[in-house]
Design a protein around this ligand. Structure first.
Ligand code: NIG
Ligand code: FE
Length: 427
C-alpha cells in the first residue's frame, strides 16, 4: 500500500473507500464473543463513505459485490495487517507550556513529587509558563502536540485546563483549546475545565475564596461553550470532597459532565462523591478502597487508568481485580503532562496497562477505544455501520502486537471521519 496513494484515496470526497484487512478489530459489543472479546473479523472489509462506516463484513462477500454496489469505490490493501478503531485519549493535560526537565532530573535523583510541589515547583511551575504565554502560543503548542499524538494512532483527545489557576488564565487556556478544537486535520478535542487543580501561591492566604472563585467562573465558561466536562483533583495535598462538590453540582446543573482526579496518593472519598453526582469517570484510582470501588460500580462510573503516571511515581497499581469484580468499565489514558506523565504516547499507556496493571490486551485495547470514547460521550471507538470512520491501519499483523514494542509509532495510516490525519512514509 503506498501511503501517499492511500492518503489521496481516503481524502476524495464522495468516493467510498473499501479497506481490506487481515484483521478488523471492531470493538463492537454486538460482535463480541468469549473467544473474541473485541469482535475481531478476520480477512475482512470495511467500507467507508462520507466520513462514516457504511458496512463491514467478510472480504470475499464485500469484494464480490463491490463493483455493482459501489462502482466508484477505491480500495486500500491492508490484507497483511490489523485495523482498529482510532485511539481515544480520555485524560490529558496537553495544553501546557514551559519545561519541567530540570525538576524531572531532580526527582529521578531522589527528590519527591509532593515535596517539589510544596516548594513552588510542579504544577505551579507550569502555571507560571502558562500565564506568561499568549493564547496563540498555547494554541500553537497544543496543535503540534495533537499532531504528534495523531501520528501515534490517536483520533480523539480530552484536553484539560488546570495550569492557569486563576479565572482569567484558565479562560485563556480554554480559549486556546477551543482555537484548536475545530480543526479537521487534527484529532477531535473534548475540552475539560480542571477548575480545582492546585491553589496558586497568591491565593494561599484565603483558600475558601479561591475555591469559590474557581467555582463561580464555571458559569461564564459554560455559557461560552468552552468546556464539556469539569474536573477537580481530589486528594491529600489537593482538594477535599467538600471543596469539589459545589463545582461538580454546578457542572451537572449546567448540563456538563464530571471527571475527577481521585485516589492518586490517598483515598479521601472522591469516588463516592463522583458516584453521587453521576460523574462520567474517576481517574488515577491507585489508592481506591472497597467502598469507593463499590460506589463506582453501582453508579456506572468508569475508571480511567493512568499507568504512565504511576510508573513515573513508582506507585503500585490500582485495585484492578476489585474494579473488575464491581463491573467498573476500564479506560486507559496517557495523562500527558509535564510532571507525572512525561509522554504524549497513548500506545505507551496501552503497553504499560498490560505490563504493569495486568490488563488483558482486549481490556487495554477496549480501554483506549470504545470505553474511552464512551467516557467522553463520543460516538467513536467502535467500527460498526454508522459510526464515524475513525480508524488506524497498523504496520503490525495482529492486535496483540500493539502492546509491544512499547510506545513506537507502528502505524501506516490514521483516519478521522474519513480524512487522513497521518500517513507514514512508504517504506
Ligand atoms: O494527573 N494529579 C494531578 N495532576 C497531574 C499532574 C500535573 C503536573 O504535575 O503537572 C496528574 O498526574
Ligand atoms: Fe491528570
Amino acid at each position: 500500500m503506498a501511503a501517499e496513494g492511500a492518503a489521496g484515496l481516503v481524502a476524495t470526497p464522495g468516493v467510498p473507500l473499501c479497506v481490506f484487512a487481515r484483521r478488523l478489530v471492531t470493538c463492537d459489543e454486538a460482535r463480541a464473543s468469549a473467544s473474541s472479546p473485541l469482535g475481531v473479523l478476520e480477512d475482512a472489509a470495511l467500507v467507508v463513505g462520507e466520513g462514516r462506516v457504511v458496512e463491514l463484513g467478510a472480504r470475499a462477500e464485500v469484494e464480490g459485490t463491490l463493483r455493482s454496489r459501489y462502482p466508484a469505490a477505491q480500495r486500500l490493501d491492508a490484507t497483511d495487517v490489523v485495523v482498529t478503531p482510532g485511539l481515544c485519549d480520555a485524560h490529558t493535560h496537553a495544553a501546557w507550556m514551559g519545561s519541567r526537565g530540570r525538576e524531572y532530573a531532580l526527582r529521578m535523583a531522589g527528590a519527591g513529587y509532593e515535596a517539589i510541589a510544596a516548594a513552588g515547583g510542579g504544577i505551579a511551575a507550569t502555571m507560571r509558563a502558562v500565564r506568561e504565554a499568549s493564547r496563540e502560543q498555547i494554541a500553537a503548542s497544543l496543535r503540534a502536540r495533537l499532531r504528534r499524538m495523531a501520528s501515534l494512532g490517536v483520533t480523539a483527545v480530552e484536553v484539560k485546563s488546570g495550569y492557569g489557576l486563576d479565572p482569567p488564565s484558565e479562560r485563556k487556556l480554554l480559549e486556546a483549546i477551543a482555537d484548536v478544537a475545530g480543526a479537521s486535520e487534527l484529532p477531535a478535542v473534548v475540552p475539560t475545565y480542571l477548575g480545582l487543580h492546585a491553589v496558586p501561591p497568591e491565593a494561599r492566604a484565603d483558600r475558601p475564596a479561591y475555591v469559590r472563585a474557581a467555582t463561580e467562573a464555571l458559569d461564564g465558561l459554560a455559557a461560552d461553550g468552552l468546556c464539556r466536562y469539569v474536573d477537580a483533583y481530589i486528594d491529600r495535598n489537593a482538594f477535599t470532597t467538600a471543596e469539589a462538590e459545589p463545582l461538580f453540582r454546578r457542572a451537572r446543573a449546567l448540563g456538563l459532565g464530571v471527571r475527577a482526579h481521585v485516589g492518586q496518593f490517598a483515598d479521601v472519598g472522591g469516588a463516592e462523591l463522583a458516584a453521587a453526582v453521576g460523574a462520567a469517570s474517576v481517574d488515577h484510582v491507585e489508592q481506591l478502597g472497597e467502598r469507593g470501588t463499590a460506589a463506582l460500580g453501582a453508579a456506572g462510573v468508569r475508571a480511567v487508568l493512568l499507568p504512565v503516571a504511576s510508573f513515573t511515581l513508582a506507585q503500585s497499581p490500582p485495585p484492578v481485580a476489585l474494579l473488575r469484580a464491581a463491573g467498573v468499565p476500564l479506560v486507559v489514558a496517557s495523562d500527558a503532562n509535564p510532571g507525572t506523565a512525561p509522554t504524549e504516547s497513548l500506545p505507551l499507556a496501552l503497553a504499560l496497562a498490560v505490563r504493569s496493571y495486568g490488563l488483558s490486551v482486549a481490556e487495554a485495547l477496549g480501554g483506549v477505544t470504545r470505553e474511552a470514547a464512551r467516557s467522553l460521550g463520543l460516538p467513536g471507538g467502535v467500527l460498526a455501520p454508522g459510526t464515524p470512520a475513525d480508524f488506524v491501519v497498523w504496520d503490525l499483523p495482529h492486535e496483540d502486537d500493539l502492546v509491544a514494542p512499547w510506545g513506537l509509532a507502528r502505524v501506516r495510516l490514521v483516519v478521522r471521519a474519513g480524512r487522513v490525519l497521518h500517513a507514514a512514509p512508504a517504506s
